[in-house]
Design a protein around this ligand. Structure first.
Ligand code: NIG
Ligand code: FE
Length: 413
């Protein structure tokens, strides 16, 4: 059994409740078999029969569970630096979208891209994420907006997941916006989603969740109900992008539909937070998007106080969040959303795993969970989130395998 020894400080996230409960151990060791944790405890108590096994020395002050990015739009064509520049001069996200840019501009580039091109590009993003300690990634479709192109994106995720080493959890987001060819017939597009795209994604086992962007300029609550009920009837659990640009009652809608997570929530108030808490829906904070769009950040404290589990994710996409840097999102969750470093860390491990239905197998360091571990050049979660660096990860283990990568060492400085 391989074992990681002499860990000065270990954060387990083993406690299923309590946003700030990290479950720390000092001078610890972790052992695993076939990629699954089989022993964890004080180094001095490591059973003698581990002698002679592969031993890794801990080259850092803090070990945390592999990070889980529970909200990304991983595969897309092109970038939108032009829109970033326009927004820097005062244009709003909504104005740019109304003029034909935004999601529809990425849709055009994504439709032009081949499956192989999208796969190669997304793979390089995943490699960058892994070096930072991200060992599980949720990925949404949503830039195809036709049956063929949405399935193309979901197949990219299936290939990436099969190839490893980073597991990719696919979400169908055909309801991102109404594509231009249905501009005069939005009902026709909702029919297409319910009648063709959702069934095809479900039949092929290509998606685990179904997401809808509920907002002015995207979809209404009633349209979301129709599509998410159709998806749920075929086994795709709802997720929702809600209340990002205005309070549209999205949190209550997510609670009503039994969504596994409600994401964004920048404009959600106390009522919405209470509804999510009662429904057991994870509230996902996406501070990089708030930063880039100059939106008021989601008030994470309101959600924690209401009893919600709050997750933190990147929202990586070419428009509102063109960065896959999850540790950056955690630092911002502290400075913008009002979480403490410990709370933010729980939000990118155990609670992020909960937001994608994988809490049983990852997001915490416990016997029986995957041996996904990150060795950090930090002595505490406080110091890690505070002293933001390009990469504080010194070693990453995914399913028990160390990520040997020259870039990991090169990006430490
Ligand atoms: O989560 N809000 C909707 N979707 C993305 C943005 C997509 C884009 O601008 O391309 C988000 O912020
Ligand atoms: Fe998003």
């Amino acid at each position: 059994m391989p074992v990681l020894r002499r860990i000065p400080r270990l954060v387990t996230c083993a406690d299923p409740v309590g946003q700030a409960e990290l479950g720390e151990m000092r001078d610890a060791a972790v052992a695993w078999r076939h990629g699954v944790i089989s022993w964890i405890g004080p180094d001095r108590a490591l059973p003698a029969d581990f002698a002679g096994e592969t031993e890794f020395e801990c080259d850092g002050g803090l070990v945390i569970p592999g990070l889980v990015d529970c909200h990304t739009h991983l595969a897309f064509g092109g970038w939108r630096a032009d829109e970033f520049a326009l927004r820097s001069r005062g244009a709003t996200y909504q104005e740019i979208a109304a003029a034909g840019g935004g999601i529809r501009s990425t849709m055009r580039r994504t439709r032009e891209a081949t499956e192989t091109e999208l796969e190669a590009r997304s793979r390089s993003f995943l490699e960058g994420m892994l070096r930072l300690g991200v060992t599980t990634v949720e990925a949404k479709s949503g830039y195809g907006l036709s049956l063929a192109d949405e399935l193309k994106l979901l197949r990219v995720y299936r290939t990436l997941d099969a190839d490893g080493p980073v597991p990719v959890v696919p979400t169908l987001l055909a309801a991102h916006v109404v594509p231009p060819e249905y501009a005069a017939d939005r009902r026709g597009y909702v029919d297409l989603v319910c009648g063709s795209i959702v069934p095809a994604a479900a039949a092929g086992g290509l998606a685990r969740f179904c997401d809808v962007f509920v907002e002015e300029g995207a979809f209404t609550a009633d349209e979301a109900r129709r599509m998410l009920r159709a998806a749920a009837s075929l086994g795709l659990r709802p997720k929702l992008h809600v209340d990002q640009l205005a309070d549209g009652g999205g949190a209550r809608l997510a609670a009503e539909l039994g969504a596994i997570s409600a994401d964004h929530l920048e404009y959600t108030g106390e009522d919405g937070a209470r509804a999510l808490s009662a429904a057991g829906t994870v509230a996902v904070a996406l501070p990089i998007a708030s930063l880039y769009l100059r939106q008021p950040p989601m008030r994470a404290r309101t959600f924690v106080d209401a009893g919600c589990a709050v997750a933190v994710a990147t929202d990586f996409n070419p428009g509102s969040a063109p960065s896959w840097h999850l540790p950056l999102a955690l630092t911002l969750a502290c400075t913008m959303n009002g979480l403490t470093p410990a709370e933010a860390l729980k939000g990118a491990t155990r609670y992020a795993a909960r937001a994608i239905g994988l809490e049983d197998s990852r997001g915490a360091l416990e016997v029986g969970k995957r041996a996904d571990l990150v060795v950090l050049d930090a002595d505490s979660p406080d110091e890690w989130c505070y002293h933001f660096r390009p990469n504080a990860a010194r070693e990453v283990f995914v399913g028990g395998s160390p990520v040997h990568d020259a870039n990991l060492a090169a990006t430490r400085a």
